[in-house]
Structure formats: C-alpha cells, structure tokens
Design a protein around this ligand. Sequence first.
Ligand code: SAH
Length: 400
Amino acid sequence: MAAAAEIARTLLQAGLEALAMDAKMQKDELTRTIKFMPPLYKQRYLFVKQLVSKHKPKKVADLGCAECRLLWMLKFCSCIEVLVGLDISEDVMKEKMHTLSPLPGDYLQPSERRLTVILYQGSVAHKDPCMLGFDMITCIEVIEHLEAEELDKFPEVVFGFMSPAMVVITTPNSEFNCLLPTVTLFRHPDHKFEWNRAQFKNWAQDVAARYDYTVEFTGLGAPPPEKDVGTCTQIGVFVRKYQNDGPAHFEKCNEHVYKTLFKAEYPSLKDEKYLRTAVVNEVIWTAQIIARRLWDHVKTEYKKPCYDSETEPKFQPSHHSLKYFKHLPLTEANNKGLQPFINGNSVYIPLANIFSFPKVNKLCGTVETLSDLITGKVTLSHDGSAVLIDAEYENEEMEN
Ligand code: SAH
C-alpha cells in the first residue's frame, strides 16, 4: 500500500512539474513576442533624440521627466542650450538629478555652446511663465497618468500657453495589451486610462485643430505580423502652424507656480572666464611644444661634428653656452616675423606664430583677442608681441 501511495505521489509530482513547465513555456513564448531590443523606453528616448538631431531645437522641456533619464541623454545634444524638466513628484526627480550636474571633464574642456539645465516641480495642468519660448516639448508616457481634470487642462497649458514649435506625446496603445501576458487592466497601477489607436488619434487631432498645430502619428514596438493591433507605444508629433508672437505670451500669465529644484550652468567658451582659461592653457601648451622643438633643433645643430681638413671629427666645444645663440632662423617663415627664436635664456614665440595653430586660432579669432586674453596670465616680451618660455633648464642641460 505504502509503495503504491509513493508511486502515486511521484506521478503527481511529475505531472505537476510537467504542467508548470508547459505554463512556463507558454509564457516564454508570449514573452518572446514582446521582448523589444533595445527596450521600448530606450527606443522612445532615441526617437526624441533623432527628432532633436533633425530639428536642432535650442530650448527643450520634458514634461513628466521622472528620474531625468531622457534629459540626461539630451544634454549631449550640442544644439540644446536650455534643457528643462518638469514633474509633479519632487522625490522621483531628486533620485537622479545629480546626473545632470557638470562633470570635471566639462570644466577641463568647456563646450562651445552654453547649456543651462533646470528642474521644476509642478504640474502640467498649471501655467508658469518659465515654460514659455520652447522649441520642443516632450511628454513621454505621461498623459495616461493624469487625472481627468488634469487631462482636461493639459491641451490649454501645453498647446495654448506654452505653445512650443513642436510637441511630442507618447502613450500606451491599449490594443497591444493582449500581447502582454502580465497586463490585467492597465500596464501600470498609476495609469488612469489607456487609449486604443482611434481614441488617441481623435484626442490628438482635436487638440491640434483647436491650437493650430498639425499632428502626425507613428509608433514604436511593432506587433507580430499576424496581429493587427498597432504598435506598443503610440506617438503623436505636433508641429505649430503659426509663428509664435513671443512677448504677448508673457502678458497671459506671469505668476511663477513651479518650484525650482535644480539649476546647472555648464561651463562654456561663450563665458569669458572659461575662454580665457582655455586660451591660456592652449597657449602655454603650444608655446612649450614650440620651445622644446627649437631646443631639440639647436641641440642637434650644436652636436653636429665639425670636420677640419686633417683631423678626426670633433664636437663643438662644450663651453659654448646656448646663451650665444641669438636669432635662430629655421624656415622662410622667419622672414615674416613669425619664427620663434632664442635670446639669452628665453625662447621668444611671436603671438602671430601661436595664433597660426588651429586650436588657438579657432578659440580667439584674431591676434588682438589672443593678446587681450593672455595678457597678465602668460609671460610676454616687453612689447607684448611674443610669449617667453624660460630656457634656464635647457641651458644647464647643454652646459653640463
Ligand atoms: N517620462 C518618463 C516618466 C513617465 S512616468 C519616462 O518616459 O520615463 C510618468 C511621470 O509623470 C511620473 O514621473 C509622474 O510623477 C509624472 N506626472 C504625473 N502627473 C503629473 C502632472 N500632473 N504633472 C507633471 N508630471 C506628472
């Protein structure tokens, strides 16, 4: 009896395991159909990044920015000068907002553009003048989190008041949910609704018509070919039809209701403080390379054997100090007063020579600006026309 019971138990166990395996395989099968590479959230950010690369907006805001991941990606787009994030949740934004701060490398090599990053805590249902004048506003997977009253106000706030040149809105397509095995009612417990394609299209076309925008629809996350459910994420790209009238908007609302959580000004060469440092560093670096080359050249010349008619080759006498080298011609460029030369213990490098180096040239634009930026920061000749590099060490090397 006991043996029979044992057999029955083993069979039951095996049966249950087989069932579990079946269920897992079925689930894997389903899951496989909805695995997106790269993950869909990244595809949404890349979609925005591509739009930014194409349209080159200078001022971009991300509404419902959460942990600022899209903002972090966008800060590398060199066309953007103002990057703003807005979210109702201060805590969520604070989690990763430090990633938006400039890094040591940004100070070592300041960018040519200015970049200001600001985070506000506030609602997309409220108007604040800090959101005026934007070229692009993104709202990625946010509208489905809005309460009915917020969703009602959203078009007037974003399209009527902020009225940026372009608005990008993404939201889940509920028709796709049948392919998502774990979804019961909505994809996320905080979603207040999820629209099918027709619902989103109607809403978006109505908003576009009311606020004088065009709208085009696209999506990300294609379904398997046999399923006609549309993409997993649906996207509306709205483009303003009219030229913005600018200052008139400021009269509409000038009360600040958003709270500033974070503000970072990135070091930029447009700021004279950073430009001066960059130029001084570049000039010192360039001048040292020129001086080093000159010394190497001098040393080679100096050590060249000089033959006299009947004796062995011999080197120039070691007591010859480089102090005795005066103006040292190297190329024809010297005729133009460009050529560096050694005088006493110093190498003289004319500013015109340093200016001919592409990086210095690009940073300064004119020799006058170069002179203005380095005066007082780099040792110059009496008349200010050349950078001086002290040659004491090199002399010692030669004399020993
Ligand atoms: N856009 C982000 C996060 C989407 S989750 C991404 O794509 O990863 C939705 C975000 O909208 C949440 O961070 C939530 O706090 C924010 N949110 C919800 N209601 C909001 C409102 N009324 N105003 C601004 N943000 C809101």
